[in-house]
Design a protein around this ligand. Sequence first.
Ligand code: TYM
Length: 334
Amino acid sequence: MLDGKKSLFSGMQATGTLHLGNYLGALKNWVTFEEEYQCFYSVVDMHSITVRQNPAELRKKARALLTLYIAAGLNPEKNCIYYQSHVSAHAELSWVLSCFTYMGELNRMTQYKDKAAKHADNINAGLFTYPVLMAADILLFQSDVVPVGSDQKQHLEITRDIATRFNNIYGDVFTIPEPYIGKAGARIMSLQEPTKKMSKSDENPNASINLMDDPDTIIRKFKRAVTDSDNEIRYSEDKPGISNLIDIYVAVTGKTIEETEKEFASSGYGDFKMAVGESVSSMLKPIQDRYAELAKDKAYIDKVIKENGEKAAYYANKTLRKVYKKIGFPQKIR
Ligand code: TYM
């Protein structure tokens, strides 16, 4: 809760280009919360440096992501959209919380294990303490809800554990957040290996749909999507490729799985892939158009960055001051 209104935080990394999983699993849901919640959506550039980044690229991608948040429908008057690195309270609270987090807890994080395996030459301490910075992000804004895809569930659980531990010692300092994981689209799989999630770091360009892909590319990637050979459009665990396409279609159109199976009962895979591709490309077209317009308006984006950064810092510092006081840091003399 913030100022008597329920609050919410979520974020995305500014690495790679956003893909369809990021959109259907998170961003698409974000736009539904603005009336009921005080919403904070960060471009989490501090998380991005757990993997080596090219500085010029990182700066460019961070701005592109912030612009894309707006293009996807987040009104910056109602949602606080800002860069994590502009609000120093993230780093400060992260240090405090790291003193309330056990090595054993962090060791169990599957995302850490995956990333450590992928970047064996750079298993840095930041990669290990990544979930603590995430906990700081969420707890700084006293978030009631955190809308994410299902791959972030474990990070939400550790956030709740850290907050509960802290509250048990110091009283009610933090709101304990609940994850919000949408019914459809919470786990979009790779189009080439449908047992693996769609991921920014996938080297095969046909495995993911990027939000900036043009209609021809989208259709081509769906046509090449890996499926099975029985040509029946049915949702089933032993048909991961087709089930993933059904999931995408359901998340995009709002239809149910049953309605989708019925709609395509007499179609083959070719027609179904085409229909999924067309639904995705018509969903993305207005976002892409709006993005192109917004990206040209430097003054407007700069204004959002400045004003929302200040707003985020105001609320974050409020929580940080409370935490510092509770743990016994001497107060500043004014
Ligand atoms: P990131 O940048 O990897 O992903 C951003 C959001 O997209 C969701 N997502 C998916 N959803 C469905 N299917 C997929 N294949 C898929 N891939 C990704 C993610 O669940 C996420 O919601 N650590 C976070 C960023 C972060 C954060 C936070 C999130 C930092 N601090 C605090 C929430 C709260 C991350 O790397 O997300």
